[in-house]
Design a protein around this ligand. Sequence first.
Ligand SMILES: Cc1cc2nc3c(=O)[nH]c(=O)nc-3n(C[C@H](O)[C@H](O)[C@H](O)COP(=O)(O)OP(=O)(O)OC[C@H]3O[C@@H](n4cnc5c(N)ncnc54)[C@H](O)[C@@H]3O)c2cc1C
Length: 363
Amino acid sequence: MKLNPLYQAFIDAGEEAGYPTTDDYNGYRQEGFGPMHMTVDGGVRASTSNAHLRPALKRPNLTLMKGVLTRKVLLDGKKATGIEYQQGGSIKTATARKEVILSAGSIGSPQLLQLSGIGPAKVLQDAGVEVVQDLPGVGENLQDHLEVYFQYHCKQPISLNSKLGLISKGMIGTRWILFKDGLGATNHFESCAFIRSREGLKWPNIQYHFLPAAMRYDGQAAFDGHGFQVHVGPNKPESRGKVWITSNDPAAKPRIIFNYISTEQDKQDWRDTIRLSREILNQPAMDEYRGEEIQPGINITSDEDIDRWVRENVESAYHPSCTCKLGADDDPMAVLDNECKVRGLNPCGWWILPSSRLSRTAT
Ligand SMILES: Cc1cc2nc3c(=O)[nH]c(=O)nc-3n(C[C@H](O)[C@H](O)[C@H](O)COP(=O)(O)OP(=O)(O)OC[C@H]3O[C@@H](n4cnc5c(N)ncnc54)[C@H](O)[C@@H]3O)c2cc1C
């Protein structure tokens, strides 16, 4: 259910600009404009914890330990046998009967592999970790999505900018407590788009989340009145960064470098992103709502100005990924085989590192 007409206006604007629509961008066709999926159940966010972990907690074969730091995976030769972890001041071990599954995210997973002696030999040696398996791809191939807020004033008083006061928030909260619906039961990203910026691309390379408000992620607005925005950015960047440990201390932070927008194609994709976004948001479907462009601002048109504005305004969309790459036998940078087992280790003690970004929802 869309509570705000701006969501549909954005979809209509995309159609008017010549793009297809799609009902399910996680389905047979990602490309197009359409409704954005939300992981919400009965008005409550269906997080991984709510949807999967909590219902399983009553199982006798599941123990959830809080406040625990995994220090490394224990190995017998090249077979994973368990983990070493820290709880309070003590260091303990947990032994696996069948397998060890490592799912510590795009920073934690390569960090733990490296701490366990699995990774680029030089990185491990420099950090004082004994090399068990020289796997050059562990921690490499780091990718992320960047995005900017492309904002307009809204001519009609219908945006969420007016819902930030205490009274509005109180009413939204009361309705949510009583009925679990209304503005408290949505994340406010209810329409989205995936488009291709140029010929020859197999998949869309720019993604949009539409928000019927003009404000930052932290809820701050830089102006009075009503507005709307798209969060937009290229979603197939070429730039690659890496994660690597510099110490064998599991509590020490690894080094992380993203190398954002470090290729010519990535720069060009950003220029296309800004120009195409302006074209879409200037379609007739937005006419009755669209006021002045707040940012980037109509003067930001040249390559140089776009490059500079993007550099100054871009933010991470918090989608780091791909540091334990799944790949073919002849890919020297592949960390996992096609069953998500770590390459080079004894298959009896196999590990799985689930990929976190198989589908996309607005959470
Ligand atoms: C603000 C924000 C907004 C986002 N919005 C969206 C969105 O709208 N849609 C979307 O699809 N994605 C979104 N994402 C991205 C999404 O949350 C991640 O892609 C996803 O959570 C990754 O899942 P994961 O299991 O790989 O890693 P994580 O969720 O990071 O889980 C890894 C876990 O391992 C734990 N861990 C790591 N190292 C250790 C250790 N040594 N010992 C013990 N525990 C350890 C961490 O504490 C963490 O709990 C967002 C992320 C952020 C931060």
